[in-house]
Design a protein around this ligand. Structure first.
Ligand code: 8Y7
Length: 275
């Protein structure tokens, strides 16, 4: 299976680690864009050093209950980071659902669009179609503000599969080749604990879609619910979950803890090559 992200091509004979770079105000940056930029760039370089294959750069928190950010604020956060990383040895993914942000990030060299809204906005679809970037199509139920209130499915695996199948068809019809498409069941996006576990258990089913599968489980509350650990202490659970996802055919794992995940996947790779 092949993945084409702009000038970067991956044969996917081994799974890839996507490192998360959040450009959102934190306790160090007191809202100032300058410190925020410095710390995001330093973090990005550190993740590359640790073996990240792709960086996912996002300026809008999509955690449950998070409030939306304006286009201008998101651009002010994300664009200096995209520009500061221009020419980086790994492809840059922009984590956004705003068409305006996609367009400018693609012009600044983004090789992938990670859209939790799966390019359902028509302008989003056409901006990606006009580029040579890859796209990650993620499933969610509801919006980040309300999605955890009452998630409901008859058969979560079948329904997510059906949604992703339909989005692949729409995106292909717009001229985006299959080698540029990644799908993601969207762990934690409008799913109960049982739904999340069913999706991880059944993850290999998504390979029947014939495109690369991405899994984002890193530090998520579904892991905290099992281990009882708060978000700062979910590294071990996250590595275990990433490994389980790769074992079930995920070709990309989206993670905070790049070094730990890269090492774990090297062990998996070495053992599975003997089989
Ligand atoms: C995911 C994601 C988040 C995910 C993809 C978090 C932006 C919440 N989760 N994108 N984004 N898949 N494709 O905890 O699971 O990282 S934000």
């Amino acid at each position: 299976m092949l993945l084409r992200c702009g000038k970067f091509h991956f044969d996917l004979s081994r799974s890839l680690v996507m490192g998360i770079v959040n450009v959102t105000p934190d306790s160090f940056s007191d809202g100032g864009h300058h410190l925020q930029l410095d710390s995001a760039l330093a973090h990005a370089h550190q993740l590359i050093q640790q073996g990240a294959d792709i960086l996912d750069i996002g300026g809008e928190s999509t955690r449950p209950g998070a409030l939306p950010v304006s286009v201008q604020e998101e651009l002010d956060r994300v664009m200096p980071v995209m520009e500061g990383l221009r020419g980086a040895p790994v492809p840059l993914s922009v984590d956004t659902c705003k068409p305006e942000v996609m367009s400018l990030a693609l012009a600044a060299g983004a090789c992938m669009v990670n859209d939790i809204n799966a390019l359902q906005q028509p302008e989003a679809l056409s901006f990606v179609a006009m580029s040579d970037a890859a796209v990650c199509l993620m499933h969610k139920q509801g919006s980040p503000q309300t999605m955890q209130e009452q998630p409901q499915y008859q058969d979560v695996v079948a329904e997510v599969l059906q949604f992703l199948h339909a989005r692949i068809a729409a995106v292909e019809a717009a001229g985006i080749a299959r080698e540029r498409i990644v799908v993601d069941p969207g762990f934690g996006f409008g799913k109960t604990q049982e739904h999340n576990l069913a999706l991880l258990r059944g993850l290999d089913v998504f390979n029947e879609l014939g495109v690369a599968v991405l899994a984002g489980l890193s530090r998520k509350s579904m892991l905290g619910k099992i281990t009882g650990q708060d978000v700062e202490h979910r590294v071990h659970a996250s590595v275990a979950a990433a490994l389980l996802a790769v074992q079930r055919g995920a070709k990309i794992v989206r993670v905070h803890d790049v070094r730990a995940t890269v090492d774990a996947l090297k062990i998996w790779q070495a053992v599975s090559e003997l089989a």
